[in-house]
Design a protein around this ligand. Structure first.
Ligand SMILES: [Zn+2]
Length: 357
């Protein structure tokens, strides 16, 4: 059987502008529709499989800012899992993982719906930056957004109020951007009650042994979701603007483990046996210059240990960077050039207490 790639372009007033189909592209037994719509239909229908571009807003140049999504429905209705990547435009391991999930999910073994969002922040993705260049805003600081706000605020509003509404669980996939690298960890919404409990259970199912309970934080996606009664977890892996298969495969496997946990596929769930709980301490450079690092990723760090020093343009050492606590080097900046206040290291310190119900 052939597969046709069809486009339907609909204006924000839901008036059909035009539609067309490309010639046959690949072998397959289904039609994948690529639609551009202002108000996406996200209803479950058995064996539905559809790609949609959801309109955020018309831009200055006359094009539409959109969010690409893929709806994958199983035979019977059930949980709704949303996997979102590309909230930051220079974190690409999650983007690749979501692309691969599209091909890895077998609808005939699936109960419920998987909604995939490979690139949430398309303008930031296109400019290869963390922030959205259209308003210089970090999308993961403005959730749940505003319907009448800046481009990023409108994007956040669409994501929370339409795309992620009614989710059973949301998995958000991040990384360390283009300038650094990190050891994998999983954050979960750490609030008392059922939502915190479900978020924690999903984090244990994902499979990363290093967990960060995330208290409610203003503007952060998983906090905004938890506040609306939606359990959520957020992974971190990789960096340097790369898509390393050893990293994105861990994300793909983790999402499949979460699908087992939600009973969306028939295989039994597996949980991390001995999780380690940490809190994050970002270390910022006091001065700009060249940062000469004196630690490696994964090193054990002692409080007060020198993590590196800053050189001015003449090569003079003008400042030092010290560890704020004991712990493990969980992330580091690899690019040597730094501005004052840039994060150059992340120390994980063992967590003393947390408020899991
Ligand atoms: Zn990120």
């Amino acid at each position: 059987m052939s597969e046709r790639l069809c486009y339907t372009i609909v204006s924000s007033s839901d008036k059909l502008i035009f539609d067309f189909c490309l010639p046959t592209i690949t072998a397959g037994s289904r039609t994948i529709m690529v639609q551009t719509v202002a108000a996406p239909d996200l209803q479950f229908r058995p064996f539905r499989r559809e790609r949609i571009r959801c309109v955020v807003a018309p831009l200055l140049d006359g094009t539409l800012l959109t969010v690409p999504i893929e709806m994958i429905c199983g035979a019977a209705d059930g949980p709704r899992l949303v996997v979102i990547a590309g909230v930051h435009g220079d974190e690409l391991e999650g983007v690749r993982a979501v692309q691969m999930l599209s091909t890895a999910i077998d609808q005939h073994r699936l109960s419920g719906t998987v909604l995939l969002i490979p690139v949430a922040n398309m303008a930031a993705f296109a400019s290869r930056t963390r922030r959205n260049p259209l308003d210089n805003i970090d999308l993961n600081r403005v959730f749940p957004g505003r319907s009448d706000g800046t481009v990023s605020e409108r994007l956040a509003y669409l994501i929370v109020h339409t795309l992620l509404a009614n989710a059973t669980l949301v998995v958000s996939l991040h990384g360390l951007g283009a300038l650094g690298t990190l050891m994998p960890w999983m954050e979960f919404a750490d609030i008392p009650g059922a939502i915190g409990h479900e978020s924690h259970a999903a984090a244990l199912a994902f499979g990363f042994p290093d967990l960060m309970p995330l208290p409610p934080l203003s503007g952060v996606l998983i906090s905004a979701l938890a506040q609306r009664g939606i359990p959520a977890i957020e992974g971190e892996i990789g960096g340097m603007g790369m898509i390393d298969p050893s990293n994105w495969r861990r994300y793909v496997i983790g999402v499949i483990q979460v699908m087992r946990h939600l009973r969306m596929i028939p295989d039994p769930p597996v949980y991390v046996a001995n999780p380690r709980y940490w809190e994050l301490h970002w270390v910022h450079t006091p001065a700009g210059g060249l940062f000469e690092r004196s630690f490696a990723l994964g090193d054990h760090i002692a409080c007060g240990q020198r993590l590196g020093f800053i050189l001015d343009p003449f090569g003079e050492q003008i400042d030092n960077v010290f560890a704020p606590c004991d712990g493990v080097a969980g992330a580091c900046q690899m690019a040597a050039s730094v501005h004052p206040g840039d994060p150059v290291a992340l120390v994980w310190s063992p967590l003393q207490s947390r408020c899991i119900a």
